[in-house]
Design a protein around this ligand. Structure first.
Ligand SMILES: Cc1cc2nc3c(=O)[nH]c(=O)nc-3n(C[C@H](O)[C@H](O)[C@H](O)COP(=O)(O)OP(=O)(O)OC[C@H]3O[C@@H](n4cnc5c(N)ncnc54)[C@H](O)[C@@H]3O)c2cc1C
Length: 428
């Protein structure tokens, strides 16, 4: 089957504010190397940077431009821990394993900030995250979560907010309370993509854009990745295509499903605005989560995952403005300057997917909307694996991630039905 991959819609505000974005050539000719990496998002670029720094001969190919998948176009929120709350992981795996997974995610957060500092990448880091309840019935969960994080997971940075504090910090009375996390923050993701690519190239990785992998085969102890104008032969291969893999590799495709997520950027709101005076980012308790934050220049970047299909970026403006107005009625006519989207790679249990899908070919993705810090770190863990220590990537590999039910024909419609049900539940 011909390789097809989704293309992200709309021009992002990040593209207009990232500064210079060096172009890399398309591959023309054959290459031999130690490791071939397919996919130029955070996972692939981070792996390339860490491997090249350790002396490996690395070739990375990206179908479009680096960051054109999710990595250069997301909400920029780092979050804390894994996608599921630590106490949910504890209920499933017991305290000690849940704590190990939480600590790994804390290391991922530290790794991202340290990597940016060491490589002098300005990522516009702004501290603080508010997680808020859109229904009264969730407030007690947030209260318990703050206590559990401090008492059982040794994380003292989360505090409970009642409705009054939430309203002050959000500049909106639409939420019923939640938590404030001062140990995390948000970033300009495309700046991190560009900086990571430069770090990888500077360390000697061979980077190619506009070079789609059209097939991956193993034989004679080697991996061969074909592209329109050349074949790369390597000892090992990382598949870091996440939600954008299309028909490239069937096992990853069966486990990671793309769902659209859309963001709108407003004009700068000005110093008189009461929206998010503390500069934190926000995510809410909806299953179809809403996430938003102010940019360094005072715009509201507002995102919502959605189940509808968006064909025209102008539709994004309309939907996002409507969602903004629900929280901030004073912004009902606000000008949206940018509307864009991307695909989040989700898995059935909302846990990352790591698997050796063919001999010496490891696929990493499925961060389920929590990949900004994890994907960068999993790139490093993949590099550790190649260099001889698989233990830490194994912690994630051992999480049980089943394929989506329904096979190739029915899994997309089944997911659509499930998401529609959850979207309905968010409203009742
Ligand atoms: C709109 C949006 C908002 C989000 N917000 C957040 C957030 O606030 N916080 C958070 O933690 N996470 C968020 N995420 C998720 C996060 O962005 C991802 O988890 C993360 O970027 C995944 O990185 P990746 O490198 O694995 O995948 P991607 O960045 O998607 O990279 C995969 C790359 O592979 C390339 N590719 C695909 N097929 C081929 C092929 N055959 N050959 C060559 N290249 C190929 C694609 O073009 C793409 O560039 C969001 C995602 C979206 C879309």
């Amino acid at each position: 089957m011909l390789y097809q991959s989704p293309v992200s819609p709309g021009r992002s505000w990040y593209e207009d504010t990232a500064g210079s974005r060096p172009e890399y050539p398309a591959l023309d000719g054959d290459r031999q190397c130690d490791v071939v990496i397919v996919g130029g998002g955070f996972t692939g670029l981070s792996a390339a940077a860490h491997l090249a720094k350790a002396g490996s001969n690395v070739v990375l190919i990206e179908a479009h431009r680096f960051g054109d998948g999710a990595s250069g176009r997301n909400g920029g929120q780092l979050g804390t821990g894994q996608r599921a709350w630590a106490e949910e992981m504890e209920a499933e795996y017991g305290l000690s394993r849940a704590k190990a997974l939480f600590d790994l995610a804390e290391e991922a957060k530290a790794h991202l900030l340290e990597f940016a500092a060491v490589n002098r990448i300005e990522i516009d880091y702004m501290p603080g995250q508010l997680s808020v309840a859109h229904k009264q019935r969730y407030v007690d969960d947030y209260k318990a979560h703050a206590e559990i994080m401090a008492s059982r997971f040794g994380y003292p940075h989360i505090s409970f907010m009642d409705a009054k504090e939430a309203a002050e910090r959000l500049g909106s009375t639409r939420y019923f309370g939640g938590t404030r996390d001062t140990g995390t923050g948000h970033i300009h993701p495309l700046k991190l993509v560009i900086g990571t690519a430069k770090a990888a190239a500077g360390a000697g990785a061979q980077l190619f854009e506009r070079t789609p992998a059209t097939g991956i085969v193993c034989g004679g102890g080697k991996v061969r990745v074909t592209t329109p104008k050349g074949t790369i032969t390597a000892e090992k291969c990382l598949i870091g295509v996440n939600a954008y893999g299309g028909t490239l590799e069937p096992v990853s495709a069966a486990h990671i499903m793309p769902i659209g997520s859309f963001i709108g950027a407003t004009v700068p709101l000005g110093s008189a605005s009461t929206v998010l005076p503390g500069g934190e980012s926000v995510d809410d308790s909806r299953f179809v989560v809403r996430y938003f934050r102010k940019s360094k220049d005072g715009r509201l970047l507002f995102g919502g995952r959605e189940v509808y299909a968006v064909n025209d970026p102008k539709d994004i403006h309309i939907h996002i403005r409507r969602q903004i107005a629900e929280l901030y009625p004073e912004l009902k006519d606000v000008e949206i300057t940018h509307g864009w989207g991307g695909y989040v790679g989700i898995t059935v249990p909302r846990k990352p997917f790591v698997r050796e899908v063919m001999p010496n070919v490891i696929s990493v993705g499925g961060y389920s909307g929590h990949g900004v810090m994890l994907s960068n770190f999993f790139g490093k863990l993949y590099a550790e694996t190649v260099l001889g220590n698989r233990d830490r990537l194994k912690l994630i590999e051992d999480l049980k991630v089943p394929p989506f039910p329904g096979g190739r024909r029915f899994r997309a419609p089944l997911l659509f039905l499930a998401l529609s049900w959850f979207a309905l539940r968010d409203r009742i």
